[in-house]
Design a protein around this ligand. Structure first.
Ligand code: CU
Length: 205
C-alpha cells in the first residue's frame, strides 16, 4: 500500500532549511517508490481539525511506515491541515515496549536518506531546536510495543516557531505550508535508546 494524498498542497520549491543534525543514523530502506497525484492549490478553512470541511480546504496525508533494517516496527501516520491547525496522528506496532519513542517528520524526500528533523512528533509538534528530538515529550509505547499518538498545533503558533528556529519571515499560513512542503518529506520512528537512535521504520509523505 502506498501513501496517499487526499486534497493537496501547494507545491513549492524545496525550502532551504538549515541542516539540522538528524537524531540518528538513518538506515536506507527498501520501502518502494511512491507516485503522488498532481498537487493543487489549497486553502485553509475555519474550524478545528477534524470538523467537516470542503475537500479543497483540507490537506490530508496518510503514510504507511515500513520496517527499516532488521527492525519489525510498522506504523501509520495521518497528517492533517485544516481550520488553521496541523494535526498529526501516529500508530506504531513492534516498537520498544514501555519506552518513549522518538518520531519525527524529516526533511528529505524518501527514506533512503532521511535528512534532518523538520517537525518533532512530540506532544507539542515542535520544530528542531525548539524541542529535543528525544525524551519525555514523545509518545509512550505500551508493554505490547504499541504506540498511539495525536498532537495538534495552530499554524499561527507553528509559523512563529519556524520563523524563530529556522530563521524565516513567513507571514501567512500559505507561506508556512509552502515552506513545510509536507508532500516531499519522510516520517519515521526510532529506537528508544541512543545515540544514535537509528530509525526503525519509515514512510514517504
Ligand atoms: Cu527522526
Amino acid at each position: 500500500m502506498h501513501p496517499k494524498i487526499i486534497g493537496a498542497a501547494t507545491l513549492a520549491a524545496l525550502a532551504a532549511l538549515p541542516v539540522i543534525a538528524a537524531c540518528g543514523a538513518d538506515i536506507p530502506t527498501d520501502s518502494g517508490a511512491v507516485t503522488l497525484g498532481a498537487p493543487m492549490n489549497a486553502a485553509v478553512s475555519a474550524g478545528m481539525p477534524g470538523e467537516p470541511g470542503a475537500a479543497s480546504d483540507r490537506l490530508f496525508y496518510r503514510v504507511q511506515l515500513d520496517p527499516m533494517g532488521d527492525h519489525a516496527a510498522r506504523g501509520m501516520v495521518f497528517v492533517e491541515v485544516v481550520g488553521g491547525y496541523l494535526r498529526v496522528r501516529t500508530h506504531g506496532v513492534r516498537v520498544a515496549a514501555g519506552e518513549r519513542i522518538p518520531q519525527h517528520i524529516h526533511r528529505n524526500v524518501g527514506c533512503a536518506d532521511g535528512g534532518g528533523i523538520l517537525i518533532n512528533l512530540d506532544e507539542n509538534l515542535t520544530v528542531a531546536g525548539e524541542g529535543p528530538g528525544v525524551g519525555a515529550a514523545y509518545p509512550l509505547a505500551n508493554e505490547g510495543g504499541v504506540l498511539n499518538y495525536e498532537a495538534t498545533r495552530s499554524l499561527e503558533d507553528l509559523r512563529a516557531a519556524v520563523n524563530q528556529w529556522y530563521v524565516q519571515t513567513l507571514e501567512t499560513d500559505a507561506e508556512l505550508l509552502d515552506f513545510l512542503d509536507l508532500e516531499n518529506r519522510n516520517v519515521h520512528m526510532h529506537v528508544a535508546f541512543g545515540p544514535p537512535y537509528p530509525a526503525v521504520n519509515c514512510g514517504e509523505l
